[in-house]
Design a protein around this ligand. Structure first.
Ligand SMILES: NC(=O)c1ccc[n+]([C@@H]2O[C@H](COP(=O)([O-])OP(=O)(O)OC[C@H]3O[C@@H](n4cnc5c(N)ncnc54)[C@H](OP(=O)(O)O)[C@@H]3O)[C@@H](O)[C@H]2O)c1
Length: 274
């Protein structure tokens, strides 16, 4: 399937917008035009080496303004504390019908709508977007049309799954899928440590743990059954897996997940106020 997208400007192209860029450069994606900016000349040069039209502020202080001049979608990929300042600088130079997309954590649509009079979308992607397996939550602003929202949905679909949510769910979504990759790496770290303590080598531990996570997820993805059904199927009553699962239950794993999500939400809310 081919995805067709209009002229795009990536303002600030580091980890997150770099992942989006990766999606846009896929063979099945046709973009009318793409311009990227960075702060430093070296990071822009690295993008140019990949065939991207990229200019840094170091090379040209007007780089952001020029990049957005003919863009229909403007993705702000700078750090959260820079968003409002960068947006203010672009207002006079962007097309009024352009849709501005922010991937910044904690910067509200209302604060951006105070500056940008047109369409806005707040996006919360996660890092597996780097390999086209991201999960992105999208919340649209009050002046964003269905067509503009669909265009942004198509953009993020190039790097994985998209969920359209209300803005008041963005922090909660972020506490699950945004921060989620870090939780998964933490489980894998602990699980591997246990394997090493049982005498397995680093390589053996990684094969066992990584293979088990990816294998179990592959079964889940291909199955019509839900995770609970699959868990019950591999757990013989009174068996060793049942004994292990009881240890997780005794530690109240569900409460740990809830506490982790709540902590992430509380911190995100705190950061929005800072
Ligand atoms: N990383 C994540 O997991 C994740 C997930 C969801 C959302 N986000 C959001 O993504 C945004 C970017 O995070 P990141 O991790 O991608 O940061 P990053 O790797 O540091 O990227 C920031 C980019 O912005 C450029 N830049 C800095 N100031 C600029 C300016 N005034 N004009 C134009 N470009 C400028 C930087 O250029 P130089 O490299 O040359 O300095 C770099 O290309 C943040 O708002 C964050 O909240 C990140």
């Amino acid at each position: 399937m081919t995805t067709t997208l209009p002229q795009i400007a990536l303002v600030g192209t580091g980890n997150m917008s770099g992942a989006i860029l990766q999606g846009l450069l896929q063979p099945g994606v046709k973009v009318a035009g793409l311009r990227a900016t960075t702060r430093g000349a070296a990071s822009a040069e690295a993008l140019v080496q990949r065939g991207v039209s990229a200019v840094s502020l170091e090379q040209d202080p007007d780089a952001n303004r020029q990049a957005v001049a003919d863009a229909e979608i403007i993705v702000l990929g700078v750090k959260p504390y820079q968003i409002l300042e960068v947006l203010t600088d672009l207002v006079e130079h962007a097309r009024p019908e352009a849709t501005v997309v922010s991937v910044a954590a904690g910067i509200t649509l209302a604060s951006m709508e105070d500056i940008w009079p047109g369409a806005l979308v707040r996006a919360m992607p996660n890092t597996p977007a780097q390999v086209g397996r991201g999960v992105t939550g999208l919340a649209r602003g009050s002046r964003t049309s269905d067509t503009q929202a669909a265009m942004v949905e198509a953009l993020f679909s190039t790097v994985g799954e998209v969920l359209v949510v209300k803005e008041d769910q963005i922090n909660a979504l972020s506490s699950i899928s945004g921060s989620g990759p870090a939780y998964v790496y933490l489980f894998i770290e602990h699980f591997m440590e246990v394997a090493r303590q049982k005498g397995f080598t680093e390589h053996q531990a990684r094969v066992m743990v990584e293979g088990t996570f990816s294998g179990a997820l592959a079964v889940l993805a291909q199955s019509d059954k839900n995770p609970e059904q699959l868990r019950v199927e591999v757990t013989s009553p009174g068996g060793s897996t049942a004994a292990a699962l009881q240890a997780f239950e005794d530690a109240d794993l569900e409460a740990i997940f809830a506490a982790a999500s709540d902590a992430a939400i509380a911190r995100a809310e705190e950061m929005s106020r800072e």
